[in-house]
Design a protein around this ligand. Structure first.
Ligand code: 5GP
Length: 195
């Protein structure tokens, strides 16, 4: 997605350890007009899939998922929680996700009543890195006997192998910008987009 790649190039910062900072439009301040285009592009890529529900994980995935929902006919968005609030009294499905950016393991949870048998669920997230969050969300869908129709990532960092791990687990992956490498702070994309 050209406008996304241009935005990553003009504003994104490649930090050491492969972390990409895009706080100016995705992870802190949100460019809603860009999110609309992102939502539209996810709908185009998954046009052949009948999506009943979108699943994401708090916090940064929520804005992307909610705007994408408009382009899938306003399907409900469920976000997995990373902590157990006092209000989460019901039974939930959980799965472990290791965070390489934070260096910790978190348990992500979704109330059982929000994942139904045979429901077609699209997973959406802001970043796809090592694939831990995506695999944990797919595991939760499977525990609820739903069907994962795929995973849409706004930005994939190919060098961290998450897309390969997900595909090996049978999950279709569509990423709107694929970063091949981050070298000396410079971001390089893997397709033929010219800088
Ligand atoms: P994974 O589980 O695929 O390793 O990482 C995905 C999750 O970690 C995403 O939900 C995202 O919030 C966070 N993440 C991974 N890499 C980056 C990054 O380079 N920048 C930002 N802002 N978040 C990241």
């Amino acid at each position: 997605m050209k406008i996304l790649q241009e935005r990553i190039l003009s504003e994104g910062k490649g930090l050491g350890s492969g972390v990409v900072k895009v706080d100016g439009f995705l992870n802190h301040m949100i460019d809603v007009a860009l999110m609309e285009k992102i939502g539209e592009e996810f709908a185009r890529r998954f046009a052949d899939a009948k999506v009943d529900k979108i699943l994401t994980v708090e916090a940064s995935g929520i804005a992307v998922a909610c705007i994408a929902s408009k382009y899938f006919g306003y399907v409900p968005v469920v976000f997995a929680k990373k902590t157990t609030p006092n209000t989460m009294l019901e039974d939930f499905y959980s799965a472990e996700a290791k965070s390489f950016t934070k260096g910790s393991i978190s348990l992500v949870r979704v109330a059982k009543k929000y994942i139904n048998k045979d429901e077609k669920i699209l997973i959406i997230d802001d970043f796809l890195a090592h694939g831990q969050a995506g695999l944990a969300l797919a595991e939760i869908v499977r525990k609820g006997e739903g069907q994962v129709v795929g995973l849409g990532a706004v930005i994939e960092k190919k060098f961290q192998g998450g897309a390969d791990r997900l595909r090996a687990a049978g999950v279709r992956v569509e990423s709107l910008a694929v970063i091949e490498k981050v070298e000396a702070g410079k971001i390089h994309f893997s397709d033929d987009y010219k800088e």
